[in-house]
Design a protein around this ligand. Sequence first.
Ligand code: G3P
Ligand code: MG
Length: 233
Amino acid sequence: MWVIGHRGAAGTAPENTLLSITNALNCGVDWIEIDVRMIDNSIIVVHEESLDRTTNGSRSAYGYGLAKLRTLDSGNGEKIPLLTEVLSLIDAKAGINIEIKQHGFIQEILKLARVFTKHQPDWRNRIMFSSFIPEVMSDLKELDLSGCVVGSLSKDTAEDPIRLATDLGAYSVNISFEHLSESLVEGAHKNGLKVLVYTVNDPVAIERCIELSVDGIFTDFPERTIATYRARS
Ligand code: G3P
Ligand code: MG
C-alpha cells in the first residue's frame, strides 16, 4: 500500500511548503500530494484562495502579486513554493499528485510537467493530476497527458466514482475515507483502477484501509502511517 504525504507531511510542518515535502521524502513516502493555483502567470502551491489560515498574509491570494506573495511566511520561515521548485525538490524520488484548485491553467501545468518528464524519465506515470472541479477534469480528458496520469477525485458519492473514473480514463479513484467501501474497492480493481483514500491519519482507519486492500492512503503523518503499516505486514 502506497503512503502518500498529504500537502507534504502537513502534520509535521507547515502544509504545502518545501519543509513539509522534505519531511515526507525523508519518511520514504511513495507519493506526495500538493494543491496548486496560478497567480501572476506562475503556478504556486497553496490550498485555498484565502491566505489567512496558512500564512501571515490575509484575504485572497489573487489580490497579491507573485513577488509580494513570496515574502509571506507560511510558518517556520517557509514560503509559498512554486510548482517548479517542488518538482525539482522531489526529483522523481516519489510520485507527485498535483491537485488543481482552479480552472483555466491546465495547459501551463502540462507544459511544465512535460519539461520534467522530458529531462527525468523516472517521472513517467508518476505525475498525477486531480481536481474537484469538473471543468478541470473535462479538460484533462481531452488533452494528451504524455506520460502523466489522472486521479479521479470524488467528494461525494452522488455520481458513481468508478464510472466517473472509467469515463475519464483515469489511473485511480481518489476517494474520501468516509466513502470507502469493500464494494468500491472490488469494483475499482475489476476495472483496473487503483483506490487512493484521503485523508487517513487515525490508526484504526489505516487498519481498515489495509483490510480492504486499498492501493494508497493520503496522510498528514507519513512516518507514523508507514510504521503502522510495517508493523501490520
Ligand atoms: O487529494 C486529496 C485531498 O487533498 C483532497 O482534499 O481539501 O485536502 O485538498 P483537500
Ligand atoms: Mg489536496
